[in-house]
Design a protein around this ligand. Structure first.
Ligand code: SF4
Length: 359
């Protein structure tokens, strides 16, 4: 799985203090290659998005875009305050087909021209399907990645495009699964940041709201649930922080003499010098979780985020065990923690559990 693009940035936002993950995103190496270089063996589990989920998503989008984007226009019309039949559409995925670098460059050029038209007050389409934006990751144009919103929708009153994130997740009783919704919001936030970068030199970035539109599926086949718009200040904060992390890690790699566009082996060789911050989300989100868990063996984080929060940064597991056994406290935190651990242990048969482990 390649960590470039929006997926990599979202992962960095989840764990912004992990330099290794940010370095993998910057270098655009495949996670499984870094795993092989570090572990000396292929990754033993499954990875990647399920083919069936990808197919359903593609079919859902196709349904929205067909027949002159009739369903898309009908879904967004109430939000945009324009009759569906009056919404004009340009489909860049139909104009320039394929996912080659050349095709993406061409879609990016066409998107740039449309944004320049928007800034100049010329007519632009209300709906722009599959535009291509660029997002600079670490303050260097060479680090730019392509970000492809599903659709950009024009707010005519504001003369600004908003990202429209389309997902085939099903909305039931007005609710979509929290994880699905959070992921879609983060993706939309990245698209807003890319738009902001594109619009800043054109002098119209101030028109951008901190909001995006969302189209999810209804429980009835491929029919969309009514579209809605949401403000994304928290996600924008997270993603800006992720961009800061990328810039810091780029500088760190330079200091270590590692090129930002390195390969998996070179990155694995530099890994011991890059900080990793193992946490619960690593298990579901990163192929290196098992390796990082082993490296974090004495840290409370291997017991979960709650344990890590309780013990804090200064108390590792051997120290916690010592406090549990009655070692004198050396500071206020330890003075609170020792009795609390003993109280908790009294609820269990800790004499066998803890002493057995320590033996
Ligand atoms: S598993 Fe390791 S490399 Fe991956 S995010 Fe967690 S700490 Fe970072």
């Amino acid at each position: 799985m390649n960590l470039s693009g929006a997926r990599g940035l979202i992962r960095v936002a989840h764990n912004p203090t992990c330099e290794l993950q940010a370095a993998m995103t910057l270098a655009r190496v495949r996670e499984q290659d870094v795993y092989r270089a570090l572990a000396g063996a292929d990754y033993p589990g499954e990875y990647g998005e399920r083919v069936s989920a990808r197919r359903r998503g593609a079919q859902f989008e196709k349904n929205l875009y067909k027949d002159g984007a009739a369903v898309l226009r009908g879904t967004l019309a109430p939000l945009l305050g324009v009759a569906a039949e009056d919404l004009t559409v340009r489909d860049l995925s139909a104009e320039v087909r394929g996912s080659s670098a050349a095709a993406m460059e061409e879609r990016a050029r066409r998107t740039d021209r449309l944004l320049a038209d928007l800034a100049a007050g010329r007519n632009v389409p209300d709906l722009l399907i599959q535009p291509q934006l660029r997002l600079t990751l670490a303050g260097d144009p060479a680090s730019a990645i392509f970000i492809a919103p599903d659709v950009l929708a024009l707010d005519r009153a504001r003369r600004a495009y908003l990202p429209v994130e389309i997902k085939s997740f099903i909305v039931r009783d007005g609710v979509v699964a929290q994880g699905d919704r959070d992921g879609a919001r983060r993706q939309a936030a990245i698209q807003l940041l890319a738009l902001e970068q594109e619009l800043t030199p054109l002098g119209i970035a101030d028109r951008l709201p901190e909001a995006a539109m969302f189209i999810f599926a209804s429980p009835f086949g491929m029919r969309p649930h009514p579209a809605f718009a949401e403000q994304l200040p928290a996600e924008l904060f997270e993603m800006r922080r992720a961009l800061d992390t990328m810039a810091q890690v780029r500088a760190r790699l330079q200091a270590l003499g590692v090129a930002a566009t390195t390969d998996a082996e070179a990155l694995a060789a530099a890994a011991p010098q890059l900080a990793t911050t193992y946490q619960e989300s690593c298990v579901a989100g990163c192929m290196l979780a098992q390796i990082c868990r082993q490296n974090a063996a004495a840290q409370p984080t291997i017991l979960g985020d709650r344990a890590a929060q309780t013990l804090g940064e200064t108390i590792d597991l051997p120290r916690a065990l010592a406090l549990l056994r009655g070692a004198p406290a050396t500071d206020e935190r330890e003075a609170w923690l020792g009795p609390a651990l003993r109280e908790a242990a009294a609820l269990f048969d800790w004499s066998t559990v803890v002493q057995g482990r320590a033996a």
